[in-house]
Ligand binder design. Structure first.
Ligand code: PEP
Ligand code: MG
Length: 324
């Protein structure tokens, strides 16, 4: 499939109306890294660090992790890699951790909640990231932040770790960017100070959508019931775009929908300028963006809303058909 898009691999995703959308890739294992060059991705917009923990039968050691993060940065050849700290719990259960018997794991003790309540593993991971960066730029993203205080507490752990590492004589990252996933509806309405304090935000559309529609992303019966292009969900995303524009916060979108061409097109039309997706999706998404006019798409979305459509999908599909 990458052959098909080889001619645009090194070209930007610039639309007919002159807007350029950054396209990054999602990764989690060393084996994903060669795709960084093959796909033409500008960087790794989401590195799911839990995958390394999930494929083992015991907790990885700090030195092993530092070594791994170092190799990831080596293979990225200076492209930005956004390391997301451990997102475990819910559907991602570590074989060597006692499972929690929770009635609703997706709403349970997971991700940053575990990291803040039992900070040992998170601190070890932060040290490994700093040591792996070994003087290179480092970008860290916290998953599942549901209130401002959680971000502040996580950020404080980074600052504490930096101080400790410096005291221990380790080289600090050349630059350090710390941000959060925006994947719970509560954060759309967070205080403005949150948007000012984070250095970037990345919308986790998979979780954001699951919580917005109260529909389990793992449950086949309800998973497809609500369209990402539902007008209410698009309004939620627009609200995030507006809030980030106000504070000048760097924003991207990294859920699976970023890799679906029509979804990606609509996200771009409502103002998302950076998408992160599986590597194989970069070609098809870029191809459609390069042939599209976002002003036209925005107009079609507006009309669909005025008509009271549930989803803008039929109207956007019709536009694409008419354009040929
Ligand atoms: C998301 O929730 O959209 C996301 C990118 O994270 P994950 O799929 O790993 O929960
Ligand atoms: Mg998520």
């Amino acid at each position: 499939a990458q052959e098909r898009y080889a001619s645009i691999r090194n070209k930007p995703a610039t639309t007919e109306c002159g807007k350029t959308i950054e396209l990054h890739m999602n990764a989690g294992l060393m084996a994903d890294l060669p795709s960084l060059d093959g796909s033409g991705a500008e960087g790794v917009g989401l590195f799911r660090t839990e995958l390394q923990f999930l494929i083992r039968n015991q907790m990885p050691k700090r030195t092993e992790l530092a070594e791994l993060y170092s190799r990831v940065l080596d293979s990225a050849h200076g492209k930005r890699v956004v390391f997301r700290t451990l997102d475990i719990g819910s559907d991602k259960v570590l074989p060597y951790m006692k499972p929690n018997d929770e009635p609703n794991p997706a709403l349970g003790w997971r991700a940053i909640r575990v990291g803040l309540d039992k900070p040992g593993v998170m601190r070890m991971q932060l040290q490994a990231l700093i040591r792996g960066a070994n003087g290179r730029p480092l970008t860290i993203m916290f998953p599942f932040i549901a209130q401002f205080e959680e971000y502040r507490a996580a950020r404080a752990e980074v600052d504490k770790t930096i101080t400790r590492e410096e005291r221990l004589g380790h080289v600090l990252p050349e630059t350090l960017e710390v941000g959060a996933m925006l994947e719970t509806p509560s954060m759309v309405f967070a205080p403005e100070a949150f948007f000012e304090e984070v250095e970037f935000l990345s919308i986790g559309g998979n979780d954001l959508k699951q919580f917005f529609f109260a529909a389990d992303r793992e449950n086949e019966r309800v998973r497809r019931r609500y369209d990402t292009l539902n007008v209410s969900f698009l309004s939620l995303i627009e609200r995030i775009v507006e809030r980030c524009a106000r504070t000048g916060t760097r924003l991207s979108f990294c859920g699976e929908d970023a890799g679906r061409p029509i979804e990606a097109l609509c996200l771009a039309a409502i103002g998302i300028r950076s998408l992160s997706m599986r590597p194989a999706s970069i070609g098809p998404v870029k191809s459609l963006l390069r042939r599209s006019n976002l002003d036209e798409v925005r107009d079609v979305i507006a009309v669909a809303r005025e008509n009271g459509d549930q989803s803008v999908r039929p109207a956007v599909m019709e536009l694409l058909r008419n354009r040929g």
